[in-house]
Design a protein around this ligand. Structure first.
Ligand code: CP
Length: 312
């Protein structure tokens, strides 16, 4: 096994192009396994993977579970509801107690930025960030990169526009790190209240006009409006937002004919994307989901390899 250079996968920030390409190449091999009629290989037999999800999830949680099971790892799932967090146990104590049970990998989703890094300091297990607050969602960044790379061959010089609630989006941050490392030019577009100027330090262009931002783009990633993270008045109304930043058949005319439409899910149909666009021929939303399983198989395999080298 060739492990990742880092023991954990906490984010895509700072990962080299070579490391990302290696992850994506491994994911393509894994996808072949996933597509077989018998989806089972012994690669991670005897390894224990804990899925610690303190926020709601369908795609990420399920795909980590599918990924681990296809690779023959034993999986254990904990949600906030039903865990001792509801009795006041801290995240650090949770990590230390889980560590005492000798897991090989801990996958964590948490509402706080930095939660995955915190857990990584209190366990011998490899830690995979499945989304921490507004910080990063590295496996989403990888699956988006894989989805685009397989359609284009390479991302060099390609223009990717990410539209919507950028302020609250860990997906936008991981995409920015991952896609720019692979040579793409990334634009963030959204209302000024959801587009803080400091985001330009990620090496992206900022835009507040949807039309200008999507004209000439090779791919457009529409983000969900994260109402659960908005404690202030960021938007006048959902209808107003949809009129200005939503992508429907009318706005689709502004795009290049072969531009791809992505969305990390879950989609707020009729808000950021019309159903016709979400389900239309340019949408690669479901291929993103399949690639999500493949990427998570690759990540579990590679971090478990690093874990085996340290503790084997
Ligand atoms: N894209 C994503 O993280 O989806 P879930 O919240 O359903 O996992």
């Amino acid at each position: 096994m060739t492990a990742l250079a880092e023991r954990h996968l906490l984010g895509l920030e700072g990962l080299s192009r070579e490391a990302i390409e290696h992850l994506l190449d491994t994911a393509l091999t894994m996808r072949e396994v996933l597509r077989r009629s018998v989806k089972k290989v012994p690669t991670l037999r005897g390894k224990a993977v804990v899925n610690l999800f303190f926020e709601s999830s369908t795609r990420t949680r399920m795909s980590f579970e599918v990924a681990a099971k296809v690779l023959s790892a034993d999986t254990y799932s904990i949600s906030q509801t039903g865990s001792s967090v509801t009795k006041g146990e801290t995240l650090v104590d949770t990590a230390k107690n889980l560590d005492a049970m000798h897991p090989d990998v801990i996958v964590i989703r948490h509402a706080s930025s930095g939660a995955a890094a915190l857990v990584s300091r209190h366990t011998r297990a490899a830690v995979v960030n499945a989304g921490d607050g507004q910080h990063e969602h590295p496996t989403q960044g990888l699956l988006d990169a894989l989805t685009l790379r397989e359609r284009w061959g390479a991302l060099d010089g390609k223009r990717v526009t990410i539209v919507g609630d950028v302020l609250h989006s860990r997906v936008a941050r991981s995409d920015a790190f991952g896609l720019t490392a692979l040579g793409a030019r990334v634009t963030f577009c959204g209302p000024p209240t959801l587009l803080p100027p400091e985001l330009a330090s990620l090496g992206v262009t900022l835009a507040t006009s949807l039309r200008r931002a999507v004209e000439g783009a090779d791919a457009v990633m529409m983000l969900r409006v994260q109402n659960e993270r908005m404690d202030g008045q960021f938007l006048p109304s959902s209808r107003e937002y949809s009129r200005t930043f939503g992508l429907g058949l009318e706005q689709l005319e502004w795009l290049k004919p072969d531009a791809l439409i992505l969305h990390p899910g879950p989609v707020n149909r009729g808000v950021e994307l019309s159903p016709e666009v979400a389900d239309g021929p340019r949408s690669v939303i479901l291929p993103q989901v399949e690639n999500g399983v493949a990427v998570r198989m690759a990540v579990l395999y590679l971090v478990a390899a690093g874990h085996a080298e340290e503790h084997g």
